[in-house]
Design a protein around this ligand. Structure first.
Ligand SMILES: *[C@@H]1O[C@H](CO)[C@@H](O)[C@H](O)[C@H]1NC(C)=O
Ligand SMILES: *[C@@H]1O[C@H](CO)[C@@H](O)[C@H](O)[C@H]1NC(C)=O
Length: 209
């Protein structure tokens, strides 16, 4: 038989699961920018936003609140959805170009999105890489050189993730930068996520888009 008191104890145990993240719950953000060519140059392919093929430029994958031990305070869905422009009418047309792919699903989406856009405007990763001779031309480039170029330009080292093209070549996929809790300054990453280890070889493809 279920008694009132056993129900309330169960409810109390569940409460922490429903906590919404707040600045006290995390130590920094990962600002993750993705090279769109790398999502498309896979056996799975990619989906374009409703507005058509995005610019040949980095797009923001997310601004993820993260704890110093590398865990996430909030669970964000990492499924790929076509960009739905009616959800961010206040940010159009700026966001059309800069935010073509995917984000955390959640109520805080709009606030997070405009923060990430401002940060992205501070750093033009494509320009940084290109001015160091690293171009999206389907050739292979050194992860060490990419990391050096970005560190030299913005003062902090990035984390770089890779995925695999349909022929099994490793290609660089995302650039992780760490940002303080005020979401305004880049910081050295306290910890890099495990996916960074997917770039096992130094020379990786920079796919055309
Ligand atoms: C886009 O988002 C709006 C508002 O949330 C929703 O009503 C609409 O069905 C969505 N459209 C698509 C194609 O998902
Ligand atoms: C790429 O995006 C950056 C950051 O938003 C922007 O400053 C730059 O002009 C863009 N480059 C191209 C070639 O569109």
């Amino acid at each position: 038989m279920i008694t009132i008191s056993s129900i309330s104890i169960k409810l109390l145990m569940l409460l922490p699961l429903f906590k919404i993240w707040s600045p006290q719950d995390f130590d920094f953000f990962y600002l993750v920018q993705q090279w769109p060519g790398s999502s498309c140059d896979t056996t799975r392919g990619c989906c374009f936003p409703l507005t058509g093929k995005p610019a040949s430029n980095f797009s923001i994958h997310g601004l993820w609140p993260t704890v110093n031990d590398g865990s996430y305070p909030a669970s964000c869905s990492i499924t790929r959805n076509p960009f739905n422009q009616s959800m961010i009418t206040d940010l159009i047309p700026r966001a059309e170009k800069s935010w073509p792919s995917l984000t955390c699903a959640g109520k805080k989406k709009q606030g997070k999105r405009s923060t990430a856009l401002n940060l992205k405007d501070q750093v033009d990763l494509l320009q940084i890489l290109q001015s160091n001779g690293i171009k999206p031309d389907g050739n292979f480039y050194s992860i060490v050189e990419m990391t050096k170029a970005i560190k030299q330009a913005i003062g902090v080292a990035p984390g770089i993730t890779c995925n695999t093209d349909p022929f099994g070549n490793l290609q660089f996929n995302e650039i992780y930068l760490c940002v303080d809790t005020s979401a305004s300054n880049f910081i050295e990453c306290p910890v890099l996520p495990r996916v960074i280890r997917s770039c096992k070889e130094d020379n990786v493809e920079f796919p055309i888009f």
